[in-house]
Design a protein around this ligand. Structure first.
Ligand code: NAD
Length: 246
C-alpha cells in the first residue's frame, strides 16, 4: 500500500499536534509545520515518521520552500491540514489595522498560500485539504471582528476550492471547532467567557484536541471519499443554538 503523507500546519502543539499523532496511528507520515521552531522540534523529536519544517505560513516564499521540502523528502502529498491560527480579543473600535492584518495573514492568507502551493501535488495524489475554521465563523465571535471574519472567509474559501478542484478529484472540507482547552483558547478567553460557553454546550463538556483530530483524519480518509465542500462543526452541539430545555 502507498505510504500516505500529510502536511499539518500549526503542528507544534494543540489541535495540530493531536492531529499529527492520530495520522501516525493510522500509518500516515507527517510533515509537521510551525513558525515556533523550538516547540516544533521538541514535539517532532518524540514522534517517529515525522519531519519538522519550520515555516511561517503567512510568508509566500517560505510556504513555497516548505512545500518543496516536503516534496523532496517524501515525494508526494496526500493531505494538507491548514490548522495554524492566531487569535486576539479586540472589539471593533479598538481593533488597530496591524492586528487585523496579522490575524488575516495567518488565518486566511496562510490557508490560501499553503493550498495554492500544494495543489500540483494534491492533484497528482487526488488528495484532500482540511481547513480549520471555528464556530466563530458561523456565529458572532466572542473574540470579535477580526478573528470571526477571518474564519468565516476560511469557510467560504473551502467551498470555492471544493468546486474548483472537484474535477481533479481533490476534496476540500473544513472543521469548525467549538471551544477546546488549548493554549490559544486559554490565552484569549476570560474564565467567565469559558464558563458561559460550557453552559451553552448541549454535550456539557468542552472539546478535547482528540475530538477535533478524529474528524480531520476521517475527512482525509477513504471513508469520506464522497464528502467535499462541507463544514463540520465539532462543538458538542453549541452552534445548534439552543438555550437548554426545561
Ligand atoms: P495553539 O495556539 O495551541 O496552536 C496553534 C499553533 O499554530 C502554534 O503552535 C503556533 O505557533 C502555530 N502558528 C500560529 N501562527 C502561525 C504561522 N503564521 N505560521 C506557522 N505556524 C503558526 O492553537 P489551537 O487551539 O490548537 O488552534 C488550532 C486551530 O484551531 C487554529 O486555527 C484556531 O483558530 C482553531 N480553533 C481553536 C479553538 C480553540 O478553542 N482552541 C476553537 C476554534 C478554532
Amino acid at each position: 500500500m502507498t505510504q500516505k503523507i500529510a502536511i499539518v500546519t500549526g503542528a507544534a502543539r494543540g489541535i495540530g499536534l493531536a492531529t499529527t499523532k492520530l495520522f501516525l496511528e493510522t500509518n500516515w507520515q507527517v510533515a509537521m509545520i510551525d513558525r515556533d521552531e523550538a516547540e516544533l522540534r521538541l514535539a517532532s523529536e518524540k514522534l517517529p515518521n515525522t519531519v519538522a519544517i519550520p515555516c511561517d505560513v503567512s510568508i509566500p516564499e517560505a510556504v513555497q520552500e516548505m512545500v518543496s521540502r516536503v516534496q523532496t523528502t517524501f515525494g508526494r502529498i496526500d493531505a494538507l491540514i491548514n490548522n495554524a491560527g492566531v487569535a486576539v480579543f479586540q472589539p471593533l473600535e479598538k481593533t488597530d489595522f496591524d492586528v487585523w492584518r496579522t490575524i488575516m495573514a495567518t488565518n486566511l492568507d496562510g490557508v490560501f498560500l499553503c493550498t495554492q502551493a500544494a495543489i500540483p501535488a494534491l492533484k497528482e495524489s487526488r488528495g484532500s485539504v482540511v481547513n480549520i475554521a471555528s464556530i466563530s465563523a458561523v456565529r458572532a465571535s466572542t473574540l470579535r471582528v477580526a478573528y470571526g471574519t477571518s474564519k468565516a472567509a476560511v469557510v467560504h474559501l473551502t467551498k470555492q476550492l471544493a468546486v474548483e478542484l472537484g474535477d481533479y478529484g481533490v476534496r476540500v472540507n473544513c472543521v469548525s471547532p467549538g471551544p477546546v482547552k488549548t493554549k490559544l483558547a486559554e490565552a484569549v478567553h476570560s474564565p467567565e467567557i469559558i464558563k458561559a460557553y460550557y453552559d451553552a454546550i448541549p454535550l456539557n463538556r468542552s472539546a478535547t484536541e482528540q475530538d477535533i483530530a478524529e474528524t480531520i483524519v476521517f475527512l482525509c480518509s477513504e471513508k469520506a471519499a464522497y464528502v467535499t465542500g462541507q463544514m463540520i462543526a465539532v462543538d458538542g452541539g453549541f452552534s445548534a443554538g439552543g438555550i437548554g430545555l426545561p
